[in-house]
Design a protein around this ligand. Structure first.
Ligand SMILES: [Zn+2]
Length: 261
């Protein structure tokens, strides 16, 4: 768990909630009507935190893009997830995450689809993943890809185009640029895997990311439900409530965004 939510009560909690409202209102004033999306990674296993996250999005009727790890999802697990899919309908965008969510790099940053692997292996994982998700999710599968750790090679993205994927979601500013035919829908704000050593530094960086995301026109917010504690759920609820209430802000799924950006 990151330091962000340590001591999240009393004056700090009130200050964070107030600053959130101000940051969103300022973003609308300065940058017109920013679009937002939420992306939850590492999906496939039902559980308490998963259910709690989904209930919040359903309560506020806000869209959520869910990055599903193909080998984690079984038909039996989908039976436990499908009631949420049915209640959310078009609110939820079920798309593809890493085949096994493992790191294959020996040095440097972690990647499942990085330079250490033959392109044929990468393509094979992407194709198998899509096949498996389409078989289980059926019409609910949306042809978008979130690479684990938000990074992958250009060859991976070329393979995505040839397999019929419409878009990719990485961290804002990550290289290389996607090839023609693949839309980039970047995340800016990291709610649960931050590295700052103290809550004060963490909140400062988070609000900076929120402002930068709104400045770009489409602000992406990344969630990791398995890492969430009560304080993290409390902040997510502040965020959803304010985004739902803030005039001039609209939240969308990848499917909608791909046709608007
Ligand atoms: Zn992941």
């Amino acid at each position: 768990m990151n330091a962000l939510y340590e001591d999240f009560k009393g004056a700090r909690l009130a200050a964070v909630e107030e600053r959130l409202g101000l940051t969103l209102a300022q973003g609308v004033e300065k940058h017109g009507n920013p679009l937002f999306f939420f992306r939850a990674d590492d999906i496939g296993v039902p559980g308490r935190n998963f259910a709690r996250m989904m209930e919040l999005f359903l309560q506020y009727r806000l869209p959520l893009c869910l990055a599903v790890v193909p080998t984690w999802l079984t038909r039996q697990r989908w039976e436990a997830l499908v009631p949420f899919a049915n209640r959310g309908g078009g609110l939820f965008c079920w798309h593809q995450h890493g085949w096994r969510h493992v790191n294959h790099e020996v040095k440097g940053k972690k990647q499942e689809f990085g330079p250490a692997r033959p392109v044929s292996d990468i393509r094979n994982d992407l194709a198998k993943g899509r096949q498996r998700l389409e078989a289980i999710l059926s019409h609910r599968f949306a042809p978008f890809f979130t690479p684990p750790w938000n990074r992958c090679t250009l060859e991976t993205m070329a393979a995505l185009v040839s397999l019929g994927f419409e878009g990719i979601s990485r961290s804002a500013g990550n290289a290389p640029e996607p090839p023609a035919g693949l839309r980039e829908i970047s995340v800016h704000v990291d709610l649960h895997t931050r590295k700052e050593p103290s809550p004060g530094l963490g909140w400062q960086a988070l609000f900076d990311e929120l402002s930068q995301g709104m400045e770009s026109g489409v602000c992406g917010i990344m969630l990791h439900h398995m890492r969430m504690n009560d304080a993290a759920f409390l902040f997510l609820e502040f965020l959803l409530r304010q985004i739902a209430a803030q005039k001039g802000i609209e939240a969308a799924t990848f499917t909608t965004l791909a046709h608007r950006i």
